[in-house]
Every structure is written in C-alpha cells, then in structure tokens.
Design a binder for this molecule. Sequence first.
Ligand code: GLY
Length: 325
Amino acid sequence: MQFDYAICGTRNADVGLPAGLKILREGGSALDAVEESIKLIENNPYDITVGFNGFPNLLGTVELDASIMDGKTRQAGSIAAVRNFRHPISIARKVMEISPHVMLVGEGAEKFARALGFIEEDIIDELGIKNYHNIIEGKSLEMPQEAQTLVRELFMRFDDHLKEVMEKYAVKDWYRKLSFDKHGTTNVIALDKHNNLAVGVSTSGLAMKFPGRVGDSPLFGAGIYCSETVGAACTGTGELAIRLSTARLVVDRYERKLPLDESTRSGITDLMKIKEEGVLHILSMNNKGDCSAFTNKDGIFHFYADSNMEEPVKRLSNYINLKKK
Ligand code: GLY
C-alpha cells in the first residue's frame, strides 16, 4: 500500500512526532517534519540522551552530534561535538543547505552556528548537573558499582594518568558495558506528499564519553543514510554502527530489492561479524511509507504514523537474540 505521507521515530520521539505529522498532513516537506520533530525532542529536559540536558562527557561538558539527510537529492549536513547550542539538528540543516561542506565539528561548528545567529546558552540545568555528580561521586543507583569506580578514576586522572587508568581498568571493555544502558539518540524518518524521504538524528552520545568522542549519529553511512527509496538510522552503541556502516548497508540491501524487513534485519545480524558487546537498534522507512525496526535488545519500541492515522502509535521493534545463534 502506498501512503500519502508517514513518519516514524525512536522510543523518545513521542514528544516530537505529532508536530511532524501535522506538517506532513498540511503538505509540508519531509525535511521540515524531521527538523521540527527533533527540535521538540532536543527541548525535552527529561530526555537525558538528546539535546538539552543530554548526558555530559566525562569532564562534565555536554557535547552534541546531529545530522539530517534528504533522500531525493542526497544532500546531507551534520555537526559533531558541539557545545552550548540547544538545537544541533537545525545547525546540521544549515550545514546541508548553505555551507559548502557536509560535516563541521567542535569549535568550527560552533563558530558557524554563532555566525548564523543561533543562540548560545547553557544546555544543562540543575537536574543534569545532579545526574552527572551522582555518577562522579558514585551515588548513581542506575550504574553498577564497578562502572562508577571506573568513571571516577578516569574523571580524576584524565589529564595526567589516563594511560595507566585505561590499562588498569580495561577501559575498552568497561565502556562496552556502559554503552549497554547509558546512551540514547533520537531518529526521525519522514515521507512527504511529494514522495520525498528525509532522515534526522540527534544525540548527546554515550554518557561519560571521552571528550571529543563522536558516535555514529553524524556519520553518513553509519548512523544515518537516505536515498530516494529508503531511509535508515541507528541508535545504540555508535561504535558498532560506524564499524559496520549499518545505515548504508540497510539502504543498499533494500535498493538491491530485498524486502524492507529483511534489509533492516540484516543490519542487526551483521553484528555477528564483529562479535562485540553492545546494543544496536535500526529504524527504516521506504517511500511507500512502510516502517521497519529491528534491535538486538528485547523490549525496544518505536513510534509510527501514516496518512490514515490521527496520531503516532507505539510499536514493538523486532528483537533478534544474537546470543542464541
Ligand atoms: N548512537 C549514538 C552514539 O553512539 O553516540
């Protein structure tokens, strides 16, 4: 069935999708629907993984990544490790539309945003600061004691003793475990009445990441990709999607005529090639308005609405238990 328009988003997208759906219903573009939905998610102070109050890095600074891509033209724009701006998705869109580049990072991206009139502000409030200090001081109830010890050691000795701490605590392994729970990202994919697809992604990345760490979210091919016929995006452990070029893989499979579910599923089963711990959730939508979602963690859901629906509904994502294989 061909839908006039449709929109889908990750489990944290419920605060934004109704606005995106309204834009699509009124004949607006998929890009506008994606940007507006994500701006509302970035504004949500209780979402500690995207935009305002996103989880800070190890040293207490919130560094945001975001990206947006247009299916028909394959125009794309992203920013990474940007501080003090509330709407990284809108800066990413400006990178796509008016800069000569595709991706800007850190200070350069901040200069670009400032020059375009984006307002600089504190993007962490008392609640966010408290969450951060609870982890640094070992009071977080949500993190295993050993992970808190590791984070504290890294925080205290980052500048002078990083090498020793990394060796002593097998930091690589611990971050893999940390990344199981302490991350989150938003993905929104929209199809408009002109049959154009767009995908957007925004995140504060992995909690307590090293300063300067960039995940899959702003990397085209890894955490986001969109063609004329299908868009795909990821949440979860960004390092996995980067190593496997997950979003591009899903798009490519669909363009080679695999059904949408099979294409999306293959992004999860591809994880077996690297036998690494971590979670990955993939969301995709084709230019008929069908949506697919696969994950290697049980209980993950997403939201979806098409032109026959009044509002987005919650749907369970397909779980693939890779440990059983
Ligand atoms: N998937 C988001 C991140 O790893 O930064």
